[in-house]
Ligand binder design. Sequence first.
Ligand SMILES: [Zn+2]
Length: 98
Amino acid sequence: MKKCDYCGKEISYMEQYCDENCHRKALDFYQLQEKFSKLFSIVNIICVFGIPIGIFISTFAGAIGFTLLSFSVAVEGLIILILPFPVENMITSMPLCR
Ligand SMILES: [Zn+2]
């Protein structure tokens, strides 16, 4: 038996969702996921650059560099904790993991 993409209820092979409600909820979820994926990618890029820049700045301006470095690491860690689903996209989009 095929299962509803949203709630997992058993459905016929002709359908993708058990009812219109599940279809709508699933679409909302995918939209939300897409939105957060973009936000995550942007923040992730900033943090990925923030870490080496922080290390670089800390060589001549210790306090500022260290602040930037710890901020980048903290934000990166927080994002991974609060948004678990985009991480999966990030991992699967990495060529090494294919
Ligand atoms: Zn359903």
